[in-house]
Write a protein that binds this ligand. Structure first.
Ligand code: G
Ligand code: G
Ligand code: NA
Ligand code: MN
Length: 252
């Protein structure tokens, strides 16, 4: 079977998993959210890179089907986590093409059957999305907002979104890209950029989230800068669904 055939077959037989990576509030180390990250083990040894799988599914027009399944799994995890942590949220990554279509939404809303089925869901969209140039996209963002979803601007600092554009969506957080966090020890310029991004988040009234935090020194710096949340291997790697409960019970 070709790679493409294996991806299609994995999707149709539900051989995909979500892993969950926590986001920690820096002030008190509480876990406030988990980001769902797709993993697709195509055979026992080698999971395919997620980025590649997304590309294949997009090119075949199957990304909506994946998003639907991911969202249903994410909602299950959200319900399980909220038993002990009622304020927790789940972040789901969403590709630009999926965001502008919303075909995937009706079946989901129907299946979940509540008035605001996306309460507690954060959609992570990357900054490369042309948020205000596409009418479809803007109305999709509003529609999702009406269903309770909020947005996270992922990989912030790598694209060209203007502050005006950011004001038009129901934004909950800005995620400072890990390429900046990686350099904060060695580079004054990176430290200044991180500080600036934290301040931009706060001026928009949203949380500043640092991704790719691997070292205690990075966390200390972020704390001094007033960054709100941290995510990265220092706190936890993405966890398999069945490990999340155990991880939470051992945390702190
Ligand atoms: O965790 P990892 O390095 O494999 O993630 C690779 C990329 O895939 C990241 O950019 C992430 O945003 C994206 N990604 C992970 N899960 C999903 C998903 O369910 N849907 C979409 N569209 N992208 C995802
Ligand atoms: O595009 P997006 O920002 O969603 O992708 C995040 C990617 O970064 C995921 O693939 C995730 O597995 C990875 N990741 C998460 N934490 C860390 C970290 O501390 N260091 C590195 N290098 N990668 C990380
Ligand atoms: Na993300
Ligand atoms: Mn990111």
């Amino acid at each position: 079977m070709s790679e493409v055939e294996r991806v299609v077959s994995a999707l149709s037989s539900n051989r995909f998993e979500l892993h969950f990576q926590p986001k920690m509030r820096i002030l008190d180390r509480a876990i406030t959210s988990f980001e769902a990250l797709l993993r697709m083990p195509l055979n026992s040894e080698s999971p395919a890179p997620t980025q590649r799988i997304i590309e294949i599914l997009e090119s075949l027009g199957l990304i909506d089907e994946l998003t639907r399944k991911v969202l249903i799994e994410a909602k299950k995890m959200l319900a399980a986590l909220r038993v002990d942590n009622p304020e927790v949220t789940i972040a789901v990554n969403i590709s630009p093409s999926t965001l502008s279509s919303t075909k995937w939404l009706d079946p989901v809303a129907h299946l979940l059957y509540t008035s605001r089925p996306l309460d507690g869901i954060i959609f992570e969209i990357t900054e490369s999305v042309e948020l205000t140039t596409s009418k479809n996209l803007l109305s999709a963002v509003r529609e999702l907002g009406d269903l309770g979803a909020v947005f996270s601007m992922d990989d912030f600092g790598t694209g060209f979104t203007s502050l005006m554009q950011l004001r038009t969506i129901s934004l909950a957080e800005l995620k400072i890209d890990k390429s900046f966090i990686e350099r904060v020890q060695g580079s004054k310029r990176s430290r200044v950029l991180v500080k600036t991004q934290v301040d931009i988040a706060h001026s928009l009234g949203v949380l500043a989230v640092a991704e790719g935090v691997e070292l205690p020194e990075q966390l200390n710096f972020l704390s001094e800068m007033g960054c709100d949340l941290a995510q990265g291997y220092l706190i936890a790697r993405p966890l398999a669904a069945q490990s999340v409960g155990t991880w939470c019970s051992k945390y702190l």
